[in-house]
Design a protein around this ligand. Structure first.
Ligand code: ADP
Ligand code: MG
Length: 419
């Protein structure tokens, strides 16, 4: 047991039917149906190889979004070819989730076989539960169609979907109520890395928080500064702008309008509270950049012209942040310093990522766009740990008990099926 959850070492899967929930949600090319990236599929291979190698009859449950996640869903069929290739053995796909065809396919599995079911979010209960905010308790989730139909065919439930651990849904939290459960290797690894970051980071420990999810960033700041994990927070992106606004610095009319339009204005008060409690630990940008007539222009924070829209941190701020990162022992990053997708406003993000590559510190990155930036600057090999979970990681770092962690702790106490 680790963190109150069973690991794969503690389950005997030989000849047992194992339901394994993975997060292999990847960007899809909607025209060709091809997967544009396979990072998450690669990340769960070690768990699948181990379970299948130990003689499980393995059934994989997964979801796949489309371009607009949560609104359009895509079949998991293309994933089976990638899985087969990586595992060097056939992974059968069936275009059914929990109907008679899927159940028949599960019942006919032999030792070591692997079956991938279609997108679990095709089953309405899986989706509507979070789309409509209709909260079902974990006991109630165990009564949904998916769990009622599949659990009787299975012996054990394994969750390897750390990236989805903040989702309160039947495929993630329902099976643990009725089946002995365990976490997979990827889940265990990601859990350990982030737990260590919160509990005993090597110091100085620096959190770099930027990007556009201001509320999440403020919740993380509160947790890591209040709990003592962070020695310093470096702020950038919209997060930095709202902090500057709270401090009373002029960030320009257009940035304020943008923040208001996005509905983030109430967070200025949250920023004020954070600054009053932790002013000496939070670093704010001292200069900012905008684009004027096709050229990058930098301004002192507090002196942004009325019509300039701030889109990056300035070069003086970048140099200061680089220095802090280079003398740290642990650095966690979530969120870019500016609109790094555009050439004229990527300098701040690039500077921070350059420092991440050459610091001696243990470096951890999480968040979809932060991972994209890491790839863009060719820094993937230099980062010590890239977490596949964005939302889950952020929720974890805010100090919440994740729904899937809670469910797994329950299912880890079960020794036999409760049906
Ligand atoms: P992550 O996906 O790594 O968690 P976020 O989603 O929170 O990061 O933020 C990434 C987005 O924030 C990027 O698309 C980037 O263009 C945008 N962004 C960063 N800085 C600014 C800014 N100053 N103004 C507007 N958008 C910004
Ligand atoms: Mg993002």
């Amino acid at each position: 047991m680790r963190f109150g959850i069973r690991t794969i070492d503690e389950i005997d899967v030989h000849n047992k039917t194992v339901l394994c929930r993975v997060d292999i949600n990847q960007p899809i090319d909607r025209k060709t149906g091809a997967l544009k990236d396979t990072t998450r599929i690669e990340a769960c291979i070690k768990t699948l190889r181990e379970l299948s190698g130990n003689g499980a009859k393995l059934v994989l449950l997964a979801h796949q979004g489309s371009d607009i996640e949560y609104k359009n869903f895509w079949t998991t069929e293309p994933h089976s070819a990638v899985l087969s290739k990586l595992l060097e053995k056939p992974v059968r796909f069936i275009d059914d989730v929990c109907g008679p065809a899927a159940r028949e396919a599960i019942s006919s599995l032999k030792t070591g076989d692997i079956l991938l079911l279609d997108n679990v979010r095709f089953v309405s209960e899986e989706q509507t539960l979070f789309e409509t905010n209709l909260k079902l308790s974990h006991e109630e989730q165990a009564k949904t169609l998916l769990v009622r139909k599949l659990a009787p065919l299975a012996d054990i439930y394994v969750c390897d979907a750390f990236a989805a651990a903040h989702r309160d849904q039947p495929s993630l939290c329902g099976f643990e109520q009725v089946l002995p459960s365990a976490m997979g290797r990827l889940f265990e690894e990601e859990f350990c890395v982030v737990a260590a970051l919160m509990e005993k980071p090597e110091r100085p420990c620096v959190f770099v928080l930027g990007g556009a999810k201001i509320n999440d960033a403020f919740m993380m700041m509160q947790a890591v500064l209040g709990g003592g994990a962070a020695d310093t927070v470096l702020s950038g992106g919209l997060v930095g702008e709202v902090l500057l606004w709270a401090k009373g610095e002029d960030i320009g009319e257009r940035a304020r309008e943008f923040i208001k339009k996005e509905g983030y204005e109430p967070l200025v008060d949250t920023a004020k509270e954070l600054l009053s409690k932790y002013r000496d630990k939070i670093m704010l940008p001292c200069d900012l950049a905008s684009v004027e007539n096709g050229a990058r222009v930098e301004h002192k924070a507090g002196a942004v012209p009325k019509n300039s829209l701030v889109l990056d941190i300035g070069s003086e701020t970048s140099a200061k942040y680089q220095k802090v990162i280079r003398s740290a022992k642990t650095v966690f990053v979530n969120g870019p310093m500016g609109v790094f997708e555009e050439a004229l406003t990527e300098a701040g993000t690039k500077a921070v990522w350059d420092a991440l590559a050459d610091t001696q510190a243990y470096t951890v990155i999480g968040g979809g766009d932060s991972i994209t930036a890491t790839k863009k600057y060719g820094r993937t090999p230099d980062i010590d740990y890239i977490c596949t979970g964005g939302g889950a990681l952020i929720r974890f770092l805010t100090g919440e008990e994740l729904p899937v962690v809670k469910a797994l702790r329950y299912g880890s106490k079960l020794t036999k099926k409760q049906i």
